[in-house]
Ligand binder design. Structure first.
Ligand SMILES: Cc1ncc(COP(=O)(O)O)c(C=O)c1O
Length: 403
């Protein structure tokens, strides 16, 4: 489909919406939806990916279409090593990386290979709802620890670990989204990162660091990753992804971790049977990245999403009644609203949907309850104009309920 037809369909809110083909941003026709953290429709470098695809098939077709090496396509691993060295000053051997089917594929493999049903995992409250779903698929038992505007509260984590130890529980992992967290947009402070590393070393528990938003910062610096701060690289399994910086349709991500973790992920039955994850996509992405296209593309994405973030924060400041508060994300895709005590999120969403706007209620993001007065707004998909109008309508809905 050409861009004009696609844009028209977006403006028509896709009356020909087909759920087997299009996920869209949820909410159905005619709705301004803040539900999904989907990429901006104009954020895909389609012409460059077409050229990379053609190059992969022309120059290396019989390799690109073959079963791939179990650890992942070597040149992509090497590209990532260069990127990590450039961005984070970390020099990693190939044995520290593996290519995965996105962050989702990595988390599923980690749960499958390093936990048993019934194991305890600590998660942030709130955290990404689909990770809760994924961990529950593996019959893991989830315990939550609160976060604030500086991310995971380390003292509360220590307390929860102590309580669990007293009850005979030894959690296997702490799962954290340290940068521009989903759903709140908050970032874990450097000081807390260091404290968290000390804590997990003392308690012999590992961190799973979900770092899919690292490159999408709109101001300031991104703090060093937990993986980098843990110089031994023993305590942290870090997961990255091309989903947010290139395309989730490629289903491509990576893990950086200690060599014995990478070795286990590489030599598992799934990969022994099927080879490494998504080799064709890995060839295409390598062709794209090694032509020097990823860095300028990320710079463009930052402009696109910064404008959306600003539109969201400006509209919130203009439209929300007193008593409503929200986070100030410095990157990523999400703003987290807290409603006054008199209002419930689901009641607000029902009123907002009558005004043509929708978003997700906060309770979906808690493993053990909470979030009844919170809303998650994903600002990545809608245009700045739609964001402004959508948030204005949300503000009207809240005013109407406030009396
Ligand atoms: C925190 C977080 N982790 C993982 C994912 C999924 O990543 P991927 O597409 O690489 O599987 C998302 C997507 O929204 C996310 O927000």
């Amino acid at each position: 489909m050409n861009q004009i037809t696609q844009d028209k369909r977006m403006n028509d809110h896709k009356t020909d919406f087909d759920p087997l083909r299009d996920v869209q941003a949820g909410g159905g026709p005619g709705m301004r939806s803040f539900i999904y953290g989907h990429l901006a429709p104009e954020a895909f470098p389609i012409a460059d990916l077409l050229a990379a695809c053609e190059q992969s098939l022309r120059e290396d077709g019989s390799l690109a279409l073959q079963y791939g090496p179990q650890q992942g396509y070597g040149p992509l691993i090497d590209y990532l090593r260069t990127k990590i060295e450039h961005d984070e000053g970390l020099s990693l051997g190939r044995e520290y990386l593996t290519i995965t089917a996105g962050c989702a594929g990595a988390l599923d493999a980690i749960a499958r290979l390093f936990t048993q049903p019934g194991d305890a995992i600590l998660v942030e409250a709130p955290t990404y709802a689909d990770t809760l779903h994924l961990f529950r698929d593996h019959r893991l038992r989830l315990f939550q620890v609160p976060i604030d505007e500086k991310g995971l509260i380390v003292e509360a984590t220590a307390q929860r670990l102590e309580e669990l130890h007293r009850a005979g529980e030894r959690p296997k992992f702490i799962y954290t989204i340290a940068n521009f967290q989903n759903p709140t947009g908050v970032t874990l402070s450097v000081e807390r990162r260091k404290q968290l590393i000390d804590l997990v070393r003392a308690h012999d528990v590992r961190i799973i660091e979900d770092d899919v938003y690292r490159d999408l910062r709109y101001e300031g610096e991104v703090p060093p990753s937990l993986f980098a701060l843990d110089e031994s690289h023993e305590a942290v399994i870090r997961v990255g992804s091309f989903s947010k910086i290139l395309s989730p349709g490629l289903r491509l991500g990576w893990v950086t971790a200690a060599p014995q973790i990478i070795e286990r992920m590489t030599n598992c039955g799934l990969r022994s049977m099927g080879g490494g994850d998504n080799p064709f996509a890995a060839h295409v992405v390598t062709a794209f990245c090694t032509r020097g296209l990823l860095e300028p593309h990320i710079a463009r994405l930052r402009e696109i999403y910064r404008a959306r973030r600003d539109a969201a924060l400006n509209a919130l400041a203009r439209s929300m009644p007193p008593g409503v508060t929200w986070t100030q994300p410095r990157g990523g895709f999400f703003v987290w609203l807290t409603l006054p005590a008199s209002l419930l999120a689901r009641q607000v969403i029902a009123a907002a949907e009558q005004r043509g706007v929708t978003c997700l209620p906060g309770d979906l993001f808690f493993a053990e309850g909470g979030g009844e007065r919170n809303l998650r707004l994903a600002f990545s998909y809608l245009s700045p104009a739609d964001i402004t109008q959508g948030i204005t309508a949300l503000g009207d809905a809240i005013h109407s309920l406030n009396g």
